[in-house]
Every structure is written in structure tokens, then in C-alpha cells.
Design a protein around this ligand. Structure first.
Ligand code: NAD
Ligand code: 0WE
Length: 278
């Protein structure tokens, strides 16, 4: 019960596969009280399911594209918990799907870039603005989800790589801005996980396989492993940690060439008559 009597607002639940679903599950397991948000009527039913599963006290509409929505949402949070909250979880990312399929220079547009940055990056700052006074009352913290595509290139992640780089910079600027009020701001950089946000992404399956072949743990990570790391960062055990990007990726980001890849390359070489063997 690491988070007994603590209160969190969780965004980004779209299905049982969502990283936010697993974070809510882990927070609930550790004794926390929850308010969950949903972006539109279509998603409301799914978030209701999560609310039932994790005994959430409220579910509230919050489309992060709208300042009115965000303000109305946190007004209701303040009415429900007038003496503050312990954390806000931002698990939201979006770019128009055509931005995520094809050559970066070809497919990236002004409009696509604006949407990706607005929904995936600025929205974290917007949530920070709206929750600042509630977080300050209880030395709460903000948490977002990012991906290594912010600092290294991989096919098709494209404008989302730009948006995640911007999001990670916002973690550092928010940490500096809010640190004086005792508010911490961190991100988890998760390895690839099959969620709705992975659907429609060309060759995601192969991406998972390659990750498992390079990562020191020789496997991919699960949603609940991200949830457990979130519990830590949102708990008093992380009271000295802010402005941090914590990798939960089975170690993938630390490796350039793995033993496994080396043997695959050797096999390819053996099978190729035109090459010198080694
Ligand atoms: P998901 O599709 O389950 O979650 C994305 C969420 O964003 C959905 O709940 C959706 O409703 C929400 N959203 C989109 N537009 C919104 C808006 N205008 N207002 C409010 N909410 C909106 O997928 P996920 O993989 O759980 O993604 C959660 C976060 O984790 C994202 O930031 C994603 O970039 C990040 N992440 C995912 C992976 C992965 O491989 N799945 C890896 C690293 C980081
Ligand atoms: O951040 C993400 C998900 C990004 C995402 C996915 C979608 C699909 C559906 C943003 N917007 C949309 N819009 C849609 O309409 N991830 C880290 C998961 C992900 O997405 C990739 C990846 C990985 C990993 C896209 C290309 C390559 C790798």
C-alpha cells in the first residue's frame, strides 16, 4: 500500500491494453483513489469500465485539444478534492495516421505537425497549468509517457519523434518552473507495447521482435511494468527525483549491437555465397 490515501487524476485510458489502464490498475492496487478522464462520448464507456474495475470516484470529460474542457475538468476535480491532489498522469499521444507511414520529409505536413505537437506535447503543459494549485497543496507530481523516438530515428515514427522531443523538454522546463512549489515532473520512456496507439502502424510486429533481440532482458516490456514504475515515480520514494526521463524498456536504449543481432548477421553471412565467411 505505497499510495494509501493518495489521489490521482489519470488520462489516456482507451482500452484494457492502454498503458494508462495498467497505471490506474497499479495505483489502485497500492491504495490510491482515482479520477479518470475521457476525451469524447465514444471513449466514455471504456473509461466507465476502468472506473468500475479500479473503484474510481469520478470520471470526467477532458479533450486536451480544448482549454475549456481542461479548465472545466480541473474545476470538477477541485470541487471533489478541495484540499488538493497527489498527481496527474498524462498518457496521451496523437498524430494523424498518415503522418506515421512513409518517408519523414515526404509525409510530414504543417497541419500534421501542429496537431501532433498540440495533443502530444503542449497538452502536458496545459494539464500542469490547470492542476498546479491542486498539486502544490500536497506536493504532488506530474507524470507523462514518452518514447525513444525522441532522440533516435526509427521508420515511421516521424513527427511523433519531434513531438516527444518537445514533450521531454517540457518535463525539464516544468520541473524547474514548479520545483519551488514542491511539485515534481517526470516521464517514463516505455519500450514498444501493443496498444491501440500501435494499431495501424506498419511493421509494428517486426519492431517488437527487433526490440526483444536487442534489449538486455531479451524480451519486450508489459503495460504493468510501466504501471509499477509509475507507482514509484508518483510515490514518496521518488521525492528526490524530478525532470527525469526513466526508461522502462528492458534496457533497449543502452545497447548498440546485441549478441543476438551479431549471430543473426553471422547466419546471414553463412547463407550468402558471395561473401567472405567469418
Ligand atoms: P492508447 O491508444 O491506449 O492511449 C492513447 C490515449 O490518448 C488514448 O486513451 C486516447 O483517448 C488519448 N487521446 C488522444 N487524443 C486525445 C485528446 N485530444 N484528449 C484526450 N485524450 C486523447 O495507447 P498507449 O500506447 O497506451 O499510449 C499512451 C502514451 O504512451 C502515449 O503518450 C504514447 O505515446 C506513449 N507510449 C506508448 C508506447 C507504445 O509502444 N504503446 C511506447 C512509449 C510511449
Ligand atoms: O507514441 C506512440 C504512439 C504514437 C501514435 C500512434 C497513432 C496510431 C493511430 C500517435 N498517433 C497515432 N494516430 C493514430 O491514428 N508509440 C510510442 C507507439 C508507436 O507508434 C509508432 C511506433 C511505436 C513504438 C509508430 C511508428 C513506429 C513505431
Amino acid at each position: 500500500m505505497l499510495l494509501k490515501d493518495k489521489r490521482f487524476v489519470v488520462t489516456g485510458i482507451a482500452s484494457k491494453l492502454s498503458i494508462a489502464w495498467a497505471i490506474a490498475e497499479a495505483l489502485h492496487r497500492e491504495g490510491a483513489s482515482l479520477i479518470l478522464t475521457y476525451p469524447n462520448e465514444k471513449m466514455k464507456k471504456r473509461v466507465e469500465k476502468a472506473a468500475e474495475a479500479f473503484a474510481a470516484e469520478r470520471i470526467l470529460p477532458c479533450d486536451v485539444a480544448s482549454d475549456d474542457d481542461i479548465d472545466a475538468c480541473f474545476a470538477k476535480v477541485a470541487a471533489h478534492w478541495p484540499d488538493g491532489i497527489d498527481g496527474v498522469i498524462h498518457a496521451i499521444g496523437f498524430a494523424p495516421i498518415e503522418q506515421l507511414n512513409g518517408d519523414f520529409t515526404e509525409v510530414t505536413t504543417r497541419e500534421g505537425s501542429a496537431i501532433a505537437h498540440d495533443i502530444s506535447s503542449y497538452s502536458f503543459v496545459a494539464l500542469a497549468k490547470a492542476s498546479r494549485h491542486l498539486l502544490a497543496m500536497r506536493q504532488g507530481s506530474l507524470l507523462t509517457l514518452t518514447y525513444q523516438g525522441s532522440t533516435a530515428v526509427l521508420p515511421n515514427y516521424n513527427v511523433m519523434g519531434m513531438a516527444k522531443a518537445s514533450l521531454e523538454a517540457s518535463v525539464r522546463y516544468l520541473a524547474a518552473s514548479l520545483g519551488g512549489e514542491g511539485i515534481r515532473v517526470n516521464a517514463i520512456s516505455a519500450g514498444p507495447i501493443r496498444t491501440l496507439a500501435a494499431s495501424g502502424i506498419k511493421s509494428f510486429r517486426r519492431m517488437l521482435d527487433i526490440n526483444a533481440k536487442i534489449a538486455p532482458l531479451q524480451r519486450n516490456v508489459s503495460q504493468i511494468e510501466v504501471g509499477n514504475a509509475a507507482v514509484f515515480l508518483l510515490s514518496p520514494w521518488a521525492s528526490g527525483i524530478t525532470g527525469e526521463i526513466l526508461f522502462v524498456d528492458a534496457g533497449f536504449n543502452t545497447v548498440a549491437i546485441s549478441e543476438q543481432l551479431l549471430s543473426i548477421a553471422a547466419d546471414n553471412n553463412d547463407n550468402n555465397d558471395s561473401c567472405r565467411g567469418d
